[in-house]
Ligand binder design. Structure first.
Ligand code: HEM
Length: 501
């Protein structure tokens, strides 16, 4: 008989409760990194009842498991809270299987690398609209970023840009996202360990999970159904602008019109559209916020990046997408922003479908498998002096990109069959935002509403998705020429940004 394999090393479990009380909930990636060192292992095992967990500390191991064994490691663990809140309509959280695959297949062609070119005009207009808002009210930088990102995602998905964040649909979508971020805080709720607690009605004192579910469910339903319904209605009188949803509905009608399958596919399409928003809105916004933070904390890098933009674009026009390929330093800045403080410090945890063996260790069926992306991004083997913000690490001496240095996008956007399908949409939005801002604005910490200097810190807040605690508020136009250009060319109303047909 073969000897019984052991689990990977980790903290010693207690009887019955196992490692339940070892699960770190505050900045867990730091504790995991200590464990990788302490147990001298890039795999750590936590024996938590109902939720055995494996943590991966090296990116090469993540690639071995998530990419090379993707048929086993593309699963997600069921979350009771996600189901209670009806957020299981978000296929980013779906278990591996035909249902997940059908959603992903529906979205993929609309966000593939070759397709996203068609969204560039819309993304450019949004970056420019952002600049015009910044001229008027720089104190609302955070709100303006959110507005720009939401509006461009809505324009792509529903053909509807967002003139104001007071729109009922946007408020619902924002509240829905709030609910999602509350329930995806790992280890925050006992119902995940004791599923029967979900049946305690919300009026029983202390029934937090049910209360939360009841509070947020209506917003999730509105965010899923209302914008989709508006496209359906507009299609009836031929007034729906081109959009991802319009194309999906047209496809469904031509393939399944009048059959039972039509309803099934329309339901899928509703989920796909709201999943793209849910996965793309917070993440893209905070990527832009971290860029502002990096520039305010590293003025010398900002000046270097501005010099590059000045050289390529000059003062008399605004940057275009075409300019980006001539500015590798800006690409390096974008890469370093993704690496320096990772947006998703542990990506979205995967799960393993069957028992597996790796490096002589037993990985039990159903285990949650977490990529410690923070550790990958701060691995001195790939990124020497990882704590420093140093875009130059990605460049060769001649200032062109150095392909020998790992592109942080290979980590930021996850792994294997679950890799982020929206990454090209996101990267383009971020790139044109960076170029536009550096061209026309200086970024300094600034002062808050009470006149106190903004104290910036590299300690982010959040969990599944991190964000800067404070963002710089001293974002001032660089010259009168820049102001004129923005007023003349960028001050567009955010209405009627249809996709090209
Ligand atoms: C900077 C912005 C973004 C970041 C950092 C990001 C990151 C991620 C990560 C880490 C995952 C999970 C990968 C894994 O499980 O291994 C993911 C999944 C996903 N992302 Fe993104 N994302 C971003 C923007 C977007 C955008 C703009 C969209 C939509 C247009 C999008 C749509 C999705 C979807 C639908 C999934 C679920 C994929 C699946 O489970 O099969 N993301 N993203």
């Amino acid at each position: 008989r073969r000897p019984r394999l052991s689990y990977p090393p980790g903290p010693k479990p207690l009887p019955l409760v196992g490692n339940t009380f070892d699960v770190p909930v505050v900045r867990p990636w730091e504790t995991w990194t200590e464990w990788h060192k302490k147990y001298n292992s890039d795999l750590i095992f936590l024996d938590v009842p109902f939720q055995p967990t494996v943590i991966i500390g090296k990116v090469k191991t993540a690639e071995e498991l998530f990419d090379k064994r993707s048929h086993l490691y593309s699963h997600r663990r069921r979350s009771i809270l996600v189901e209670m809140m009806n957020w299981d309509i978000n296929f980013a959280l779906s278990p591996y299987g035909p249902d997940w695959r059908a959603h992903r297949r529906m979205l993929h062609p609309h966000v593939a690398q070759s397709t996203v070119e068609r969204y560039k005009p819309l993304q450019l207009k949004h970056a420019r609209a952002f600049m015009s808002w910044m001229l008027k009210s720089p104190e609302h930088t955070r709100k303006h970023i959110r507005h720009m990102v939401t509006s461009s995602l809505f324009a792509i998905t529903y053909g509807k840009s967002i003139p104001s964040m007071d729109d009922e649909i946007v408020i619902a979508a924002e509240r829905a996202m709030e609910g999602l971020s509350i329930i995806t805080t790992p280890g925050a709720f006992w119902v995940e360990y004791f599923p029967f607690l979900r049946h305690i009605p919300s009026w029983v004192p202390g029934a937090t999970a049910s209360k939360l579910a009841d509070e947020f469910k209506p917003y999730i339903s509105t965010a899923r159904n209302k914008p989709f319904g508006e496209v359906e209605t507009a299609m009836q009188d031929g007034s729906a602008p081109p959009s991802l949803v319009r194309t999906l509905i047209e496809d469904i009608q031509s393939k399944h019109g009048g059959t039972e399958e039509e309803g099934v596919q329309i339901n899928l399409a509703k989920n796909v559209a709201v999943s793209a928003y849910a996965a793309g809105a917070d993440t893209t916004s905070v990527a832009m916020e971290f860029f502002l933070l990096a520039m305010a904390l590293h003025p010398e890098k900002q000046r270097k990046a501005q010099a590059v933009v000045d050289d390529v674009v000059g003062p008399n026009r605004l940057p275009e997408f075409e300019d980006l390929k001539n500015m590798p330093y800006l690409r390096a800045v974008a890469m370093e922003c993704l690496r320096w403080i990772p947006i998703g410090p542990f990506v979205i945890p995967h799960a393993v479908l069957e028992d597996d063996v790796y490096n002589g260790y037993h990985i039990p069926k159903g285990a949650t498998v977490v990529a410690n992306a923070w550790a990958f991004m701060h691995d001195p083997e790939d990124y020497p002096e990882p704590e420093l913000f140093k875009p130059e690490r990605f460049l060769k001496e001649d200032e062109s990109l150095n392909p020998a240095v790992r592109d942080p996008s290979t980590i930021t956007f996850g792994f294997g069959r679950r890799v982020c399908p929206g990454q090209y949409v996101a990267t383009n939005s971020i790139a044109i935002f960076i170029a536009s801002l550096l061209h026309s604005f200086d970024i300094t910490p600034g002062v808050d509403a009470s006149g106190k200097p903004v104290e910036l810190t590299t300690e982010p807040i959040g969990n599944l998705v991190l964000m800067p605690r404070e963002i710089p508020l001293g974002i001032k136009v660089r010259s009168e020429t820049a102001r004129r250009l923005i007023n003349d060319e960028a001050a567009v109303e955010l209405e009627g940004f249809p996709l090209p047909s």
